[in-house]
Ligand binder design. Structure first.
Ligand SMILES: Cc1cc2nc3c(=O)[nH]c(=O)nc-3n(C[C@H](O)[C@H](O)[C@H](O)COP(=O)(O)OP(=O)(O)OC[C@H]3O[C@@H](n4cnc5c(N)ncnc54)[C@H](O)[C@@H]3O)c2cc1C
Length: 492
């Protein structure tokens, strides 16, 4: 607070100073009018106008520039979220939900200013039902926190994006990770959501307190909100499926002389029906980066990281079939990671691929592509993408959840080099269109955010986009929920 001034006078001065120094957002005056209501709902400490706090909430881990909100609020419960949303609705203020800010598509930027709802004070694990394999959590609980909490129960939650993201943020982006090939993505693992709509209405997408393993009761509201990226409502609770920790686990690394051989092996392993838990592809450039970053010494060639879960007997069978297939594609002998510590080092290195790629060119920024294609098209698209990278003179190590047909080029780009930025832009558009031409999608798990809105139009076609727009209008008639994300709004 500014020295010696009352709370509201200080905040007015701060708003005025911001409007003079950085240009006033359309919503700043409305925020000023709503501030006392925000403070009444969350207390003084639950409302922040501080520049550093706003900037911290105006960016994620993507290359999109920081777009700070006018104010950040920190509700403590769903009733506060609802009351804050009602206030925003009354004053026509945009609402931007914020999880842990690890998104890769610019989803948390406040394009029209407005109010960032930081959900970090809602961090309770509410309802664990070990016998039913489900748990309900508040928005600030992250995947790692949940798994630490579950450790002694013999259960775990398998969806594992590289970052330690919030579980409600993961629901909002329909996240997945290395375990999706066996356990599915957030879409398959969310049972129920509590959501606050723009006008403050509280909705339970599968009915209040319900947690059936399956349902055919009406429209699938749960999966309407999974992947909605904060554009339809604020997720204030999620009920998730849990799994038994497997009796035995073993990981292995296998090197190949070509991309084609590694990817062919992946397709054949899945076609043979091996219930593999993880199968991750890293190209030679990515292996080199991971070796350097994580002090490993694997051969610098196209490589598969594999993991098998099951009973001792079923593991033997899975491993035998997999080895037969990799050897028929001239893969190396497996290098095993059997004990928990070696396994965790291996997968830590995989999860750190993003930072390993950035470390290849200090001072540069990383941008991740995220296409996903039907499995049979995978070898062709990866081979063509490698050729395109070479011809475009770009650094883009490839790492992928290839068991799902999903892979990322982690483009490492010098933000001060306009020519390189232009080449990256053209390359990423070509790659997305190549995936669309192969019946795939421009985003397998990161979401649309800001950067893929035009590609979404190409992917769905006009009638698909119109249907989405009608849903958006029905649930958020004033277009207050995270405006400007996912759907284009008048931009050319
Ligand atoms: C190193 C690294 C590796 C990654 N690897 C993967 C990966 O393997 N797979 C993958 O899927 N992603 C990956 N990501 C991306 C990121 O972790 C996911 O997109 C994650 O789901 C974002 O969660 P968050 O809580 O950080 O969301 P935020 O970044 O805070 O927000 C993302 C979007 O969701 C909305 N949102 C957040 N919380 C809520 C809520 N409670 N209600 C409504 N809307 C909300 C926001 O408005 C925004 O539009 C990675 C990111 C990094 C930095």
């Amino acid at each position: 607070m500014l020295l010696g001034l009352s709370g509201s006078t200080a905040s007015r001065l701060l708003l005025l100073r911001r409007s003079l120094t950085s240009g006033v957002s359309a919503s700043a005056a409305a925020v000023d009018r709503a501030l006392s209501a925000f403070r009444f709902i969350c207390g003084d400490e639950g409302v922040s106008l501080g520049e550093a706090v706003r900037e911290q909430h105006g960016r994620d881990e993507s290359v999109h520039r920081c777009r700070p909100p006018d104010v950040v609020v920190f509700p403590r419960c769903v009733e506060e979220v609802s009351a804050l949303a009602k206030t925003c609705y009354k004053h026509n203020l945009p609402i931007i939900p914020f999880g842990t800010g690890t998104g890769l598509e610019g989803g948390v930027g406040a394009l029209r200013g407005g109010v960032c709802f930081s959900l970090r004070n809602m961090d309770q694990i509410l309802d664990l039902h070990p016998e039913d394999f489900d748990v309900t959590v508040e928005p600030a609980v992250t995947r790692k926190t949940l798994n630490s909490y579950l450790r002694d129960t013999g259960l775990w939650f398998p969806v594992d994006p590289g970052a330690d993201a919030s579980l409600c943020g993961m629901a909002a982006t329909s996240a997945s990770g290395t375990n999706a090939v066996r356990y599915g993505t957030m879409r398959e693992n969310v049972i129920n959501l509590e959501v606050v709509l723009a006008d403050g209405t509280i909705v339970h997408t599968a009915g209040k307190g319900r947690r059936p393993r399956k349902t055919s009761a009406g429209y699938n509201l749960t999966n309407l909100f999974v992947g909605s990226e904060g554009t339809l409502g604020i997720i204030t609770k999620t009920t998730l499926r849990l799994y038994g920790i497997p009796e035995a686990t073993v990981s292995a690394v296998c090197s190949f002389s070509s991309v084609q051989a590694a990817v062919d092996s992946t397709v054949q392993i899945l076609q043979a029906g091996v219930p593999i838990a993880r199968i991750e592809f890293l190209d030679d450039v990515m292996m080199d980066a991971c070796n350097r970053f994580s002090s490993l010494s694997y051969p610098v060639v196209p490589t598969l990281f594999l993991e098998f879960h099951g009973s001792e007997r079923s593991l033997e069978e899975q491993v035998n079939i997999t080895e037969e297939i990799t050897q028929s594609n001239e893969g190396s002998d497996f290098q095993w990671a059997r004990d928990a510590e070696t396994r965790s080092r291996l997968w830590r290195a995989r999860h750190d691929a993003w930072y390993a790629a950035q470390a290849l060119r200090p001072g540069c920024k990383a941008y991740s592509t995220d296409v996903c294609v039907p499995l049979s098209r995978l070898p062709q698209i990866i081979v063509e993408t490698k050729e395109d990278l070479m011809e475009s003179r770009l650094t883009g190590p490839i790492a992928g959840h290839v068991g799902d047909g999903n892979f990322h080029c982690l483009m490492v780009v010098d933000p001060s080099d306009p020519d390189e930025l232009h080449r990256v832009h053209l390359f990423t558009e070509r790659l997305a269109r190549r995936a669309l031409a192969m019946d795939g999608t421009c985003t397998g798990e990161h979401g649309v955010g800001l950067g893929k809105r035009r590609l979404l139009c190409e992917e769905l076609g006009p009638s698909g986009i119109q249907a989405m727009q009608k849903l958006k209008n029905a649930l958020d008639p004033k277009n207050l929920m995270n405006p400007g994300k996912v759907l284009l709004q008048g931009e050319r």
